[in-house]
Ligand binder design. Structure first.
Ligand code: COA
Length: 321
């Protein structure tokens, strides 16, 4: 027995903002953003909290799986934008769901966060420490964007995606994870400044700062490498993969990965044109859309692959149950 995805769900804020609308607030254009990134619009919260979004995504995943809240014994939320420092987002969500039997914690691996959380939950299930887990990727990135930095703020959006996990004949087969803290400054968002009785640091408000080209180079090298390593580890041929569900950061990164793997781009589902980069939420949002549309068939091999801040990366091979 392995770990199966029993249900999926997602939530996107009601407010959508097109590239043309952004151009009313900053010196940018639909042409610049869409040709460099593939992004046309994103969802930006006008009031939904991270807990709201995670709750709606979780509700759909639980309904889809048929697993009620009291049967969840683990909740992990992957996020860098939790509503509170403490309680964790997972604990806030536990209360809203009434998942009284779950142990709850958050995980920070930026855009790879969902995959790191998925693997952690998998290990809990395989270790016999949980029967059913809820894993969420949720981000309210609009609150950590510098809206005066057009090279970064136009890329990101808000949203949440969720999966319910349980034991199954088919499911997670192989996992590859990696981190390189030495290159972490390429995608940085500082924490609160040190301020106490003895010191007051004069620092700028902690917004996301990104070296776009460095992150781009990292992604186009690291993602295909880790997918190739995963395929080799699993003894599966690239042609046997139904879908490559990549973190939705940039269409040119996805095209480059497809080219390097010599796989038709049609096998790479895309929603970044509508959602932008939602960091830890992007993979489960896309997975939920595919599942909702009936595109995942029993026996399909799918690869999920994420990359981003840390720097971190990962890939997971799943046989759809
Ligand atoms: N609208 C219009 N012009 C913009 C702009 C915007 N939103 N943002 C930047 N520019 C300008 C720059 O000021 C620069 O102008 P200059 O040549 O007069 O100095 C020019 O466009 C080119 O900027 P540059 O940063 O070199 O563009 P780029 O081709 O590298 O594209 C990214 C920038 C961010 C789109 C690209 O580097 C990228 O996608 N990187 C990966 C980022 C990513 O995916 N991160 C998340 C990983 S999880």
């Amino acid at each position: 027995m392995t770990t199966a995805i029993l249900g999926t769900g997602s939530y996107l804020p009601e407010n959508t903002v097109s590239n043309d609308e952004l151009a009313n607030y900053m010196d940018t254009s639909d042409e610049w953003i869409s040709t460099r990134t593939g992004i046309r619009r994103r969802h930006i919260s006008k009031g939904e909290t991270l807990t709201d979004m995670a709750f709606f995504a979780a509700q759909e995943a639980m309904e889809n799986s048929g697993i009620p809240a009291e049967k969840l014994d683990l909740i992990i939320v992957a996020t860098v934008t939790a509503d509170c420092i403490t309680p964790s987002e997972a604990c806030l969500l536990q209360e809203r769901l009434g998942a009284v039997n779950a142990i709850c914690f958050d995980m920070n691996a930026a855009c790879s966060g969902f995959l790191f959380a998925l693997n952690t939950a998998h290990l809990y299930l395989q270790g016999g420490m949980a029967e059913h887990a809820l894993v969420i990727g949720a981000e309210l990135l609009s609150k950590i964007m510098d809206w005066g930095d057009r090279s970064t703020c136009v890329l990101f959006g808000d949203g949440a995606g969720a999966v319910v996990l349980g034991k199954g004949e088919h499911g997670i087969k192989n996992v590859i994870m990696g981190s390189d803290g030495a290159r972490g400054k390429a995608l940085l968002c500082s924490g609160r400044p040190l301020e106490n009785l003895f010191i007051k640091q004069e620092v700028e408000f902690p917004y996301v700062h990104m070296e776009g080209q460095e992150v781009f180079r990292f992604a186009v090298r690291q993602v295909p490498e880790c997918i190739e390593e995963l395929l080799q580890q699993a003894s599966v041929r690239v042609g046997d993969i139904r879908y490559f569900i990549l973190h939705q950061a940039n269409i040119r990164i996805i095209q480059s990965v497809a080219k390097r793997l010599q796989v038709d781009i049609d096998k790479f589902p895309i929603n970044l044109s509508e959602c932008g980069n939602t960091s830890a939420a992007s993979i489960p949002i896309l997975l939920a859309a595919l599942n909702r549309d009936g595109k995942l068939q029993s026996g399909d091999n799918v690869i999920l692959s994420g990359f981003g801040g840390g720097l971190t990366w990962g890939a997971v091979l799943i046989e759809w149950q």
